[in-house]
Design a protein around this ligand. Structure first.
Ligand code: ADP
Ligand code: MG
Length: 318
């Protein structure tokens, strides 16, 4: 099956459509309608075989995860995702693999109301690059570099399960139920689209913590020209991370990546209204520390000892 048949059968056939796509797959470029008063946000993420996923994973999960990773970047900006393009490099045209990939893609796009509007298909080592585009009302996008001293630091969800899944890939002594829970966290991350309206209303800065909470909070601090003090005992940890990492659980959760949760800051002046809004929507976020004017990261341990904290986020070429 050559390139054009493959595009026709597995990508042009994806049935999730949006009204604001004037035309999509088939021309040299897609033509999209951006809503008035809104701005366009664009972000790209590449997933490389055996770096970001294992080649022998179900192609459904590979596609699903690729979309979710990109959706999470839109959420972190407080934007709603709308359109996506897919640059797919494949070692061969494996029909069964492409069926699964296309189904995973379709389900993920449907779930978040995203239209696939174009892409590129090439032969080579397996890699998937998605470019996602989203919209947000002008002036409402939330950035990394705008946290202020005194702001309270929040994180959504609980941390460390996806990193534990990676750490446990080779282990055979894991309870099979636990393994299934961990693999689901890794392969089917749930980006926090439910937080978008709250972030638009209350966040002074935000980031998605795909590289690990410690490293990603450091990005907020560096770009905002501030520092942070974390309450060690308040870091929300996934119960299985506590079970398998014991006394290392907090460190592990702060350094482990692939949690598609959001770390954000809220002004103390708006904290009451923010908490009331969370409550009303039945959402849970945890206050984990405070932004300070002194640069660098610090942690207040469970014994109330103040220590300097150096995160170890994931870095390519390290
Ligand atoms: P060009 O030669 O101009 O780069 P292509 O032949 O690569 O165009 O692609 C033809 C059409 O199919 C374009 O509209 C392109 O956006 C779309 N397309 C190619 N690959 C994919 C893909 N993997 N997923 C979605 N659309 C794709
Ligand atoms: Mg092309």
């Amino acid at each position: 099956m050559h390139e054009f048949l493959l595009i026709e059968r597995f990508f042009k056939s994806i049935t999730h459509h949006r009204q604001d796509v004037i035309f999509g797959i088939g021309d040299d470029a897609a033509c999209l309608h951006v809503a008035s008063d809104h701005v366009l946000l664009v972000s790209t993420d590449t997933l490389v075989a055996d770096v970001h996923f294992l080649s022998d994973w179900d192609a459904y999960d590979i596609a699903y995860r690729a979309v979710m990773v990109n959706v999470s970047d839109m959420v972190a900006m407080a934007a709603f995702p709308c359109w996506i393009t897919l640059a797919l490099t494949l070692p061969k045209a494996d029909i069964a693999w492409l069926e699964r990939f296309s189904t995973g893609l379709q389900d993920a796009l449907q779930r978040f109301n995203i239209a696939l509007v174009g892409g590129d298909t090439t032969k080579g080592p397996l890699s998937i690059t998605l470019t996602i585009q989203g919209q947000v009302l002008q002036g409402k996008a939330v950035r990394r570099g705008t946290a202020k001293p005194g702001d309270i630091i929040y994180v959504s969800g609980d941390l460390g399960a996806a990193a534990l899944a990676i750490a446990c890939l080779q282990r055979t002594d894991l309870d099979p139920n636990d393994r299934a829970i961990l693999m689901k966290k890794l392969q089917r991350p749930e980006p926090r689209i439910d937080l978008v309206p709250i972030l638009q209303q209350f966040a002074t800065a935000a980031i998605d913590i795909s590289d690990g909470l410690g490293a990603d909070l450091q990005h907020i601090c560096t770009l905002s020209g501030v520092g942070a003090c974390l309450e060690w005992a308040h870091i929300p940890i996934h119960p299985l991370v506590k079970k398998y990492q014991g006394t290392q659980a907090v460190d592990f959760s702060l350094n482990g990546g692939d949690d598609y949760e959001i770390c954000f800051t809220v002004s103390p002046l708006h904290q009451q209204a923010f908490l009331a809004c969370l409550d009303e929507k039945g959402l849970c976020c945890t206050a984990i520390g405070i932004i300070e004017s002194t640069t660098g990261l610090r942690a207040l341990t469970e014994e109330r000892i103040l220590t300097t904290y150096h995160p170890l986020g994931y870095r390519h070429f390290n």
